[in-house]
Design a protein around this ligand. Structure first.
Ligand code: PHE
Length: 340
């Protein structure tokens, strides 16, 4: 009689299933609480004849173990289920870590560095926080000259002036101060100007500026070097043209355009239907600049040039909004996965 009861209970326990804590608790109370079925069995056990006691005792203990194991197993199942289903995440899946990609500005900067290193230019770097001498005075900006306003400087300290560099020409001043010609170097780096942020301008951008100082350096050398550069960067059919311009540190000065690499010079909205796009400023280093940096301007001449990496990257990859470079939006960056 009692053995049949226990076997029935055991079957019930084995078949029991629960997917919520309330049902599991009801199950525990039914079997294990003070007034539950198992304590009742122990009470009945007293009336079991001595010769059956061993067997019945083992059956009851077996039942009790089965109930306890069932509870533990169902609890574990519920906990791991709640871990995997919360917000639809399966935390047991293997990790799919996205591989980083190079930023398009780095890709283009590296390409520019590569092109100039093939013709013997070294890379020089300098501080982003500069004094007035290296950013302006040495570069032939007289005090109170309006050209200082052209650069919308972020000042950090006044008298003596300390500012965020507005161009990497400051690095070239440092190079000239510390070495004598022949000098052939480019300075890539971050520069800062207090401009309203828009699709075409930002208060932080990147430049590569170049400097070549030696005996007998001429404007023809400047043109040939930049012609080589333009063809390497935009393709062998690229044409260049120079328009007169003004910079305090070069004389004569020019701006260089390349034939539009998008329409091939026929005219499109990128080149504003002119067939040309401006990519850099350049000129022959003003003798005053050489003298300011302890280089004998009677003996040496030089040329310099400077370009914005953002602008060139926009042309190369047809990007129409400069702000995209600084937002770190994965959808944008992922498009450059194959660029190296
Ligand atoms: N430093 C200039 C600028 O930031 C660029 C430039 C460099 C122009 C060298 C001429 C020669 O605008």
């Amino acid at each position: 009689m009692m053995k049949t009861k226990i076997t029935q209970y055991l079957e019930e326990v084995n078949n029991f299933n629960a997917d919520n804590i309330e049902a599991l608790e009801a199950f525990r109370i039914k079997f294990l609480s003070k007034k539950g079925l198992i304590p009742a069995l122990f009470t009945d056990f007293k009336s079991v004849p001595p010769q059956e006691r061993k067997e019945v005792g083992q059956l009851i203990n077996g039942l009790k173990n089965a109930v306890q194991q069932k509870i533990v197993a169902l609890k574990e199942a519920m906990e791991s289920a709640s871990e995997t289903t919360v917000s639809g995440l399966d935390l047991t899946l293997p990790v799919e870590a996205p591989l980083g990609t190079r930023h398009p500005l780095s890709v283009v900067r590296n390409e520019i560095i590569d092109i100039f290193s093939r013709i013997g230019f070294t890379v020089s770097e300098g501080p982003e926080i500069e004094d007035d001498f290296h950013n302006f005075t040495a570069l032939n900006f007289p005090p109170d000259h309006p050209a200082r306003d052209m650069q919308d400087t972020f000042f950090i300290e006044k008298d003596p002036d300390i500012a965020l560099r507005t161009h990497t020409s400051s690095v070239q001043v440092r190079v000239m101060e510390n070495a004598q010609p022949p000098l052939r170097t480019i300075s890539p780096g971050r520069v800062f100007r207090n401009e309203a942020i828009s699709a075409r301008a930002h208060c932080i951008f990147h430049q590569v500026e170049g400097l070549y100082v030696d005996t007998d350096v001429s404007f023809a050398d400047l043109k040939q070097t930049l012609f080589y550069f333009a063809r390497e960067l935009f393709g062998e059919h690229t044409k260049i043209r120079f328009r007169p311009s003004y910079f305090p540190f070069t004389e004569p000065s020019a701006e260089m355009d390349v034939s539009c690499n998008i329409c091939g010079g026929k005219g499109c909205n990128v080149c504003k239907y002119t067939g040309w796009v401006e990519i850099l400023g350049c000129g022959m280093v003003d003798p005053n600049v050489l003298d300011n940096c302890n280089i004998d301007s009677k003996k040496y001449t030089g040329f310099a040039f400077g370009m914005g990496i953002e602008r060139i990257t926009m042309l190369k990859y047809r990007i129409n909004d400069l702000r995209l470079f600084f937002e770190n939006d994965m959808r944008f960056l992922k498009q450059f996965e194959s660029a190296i």
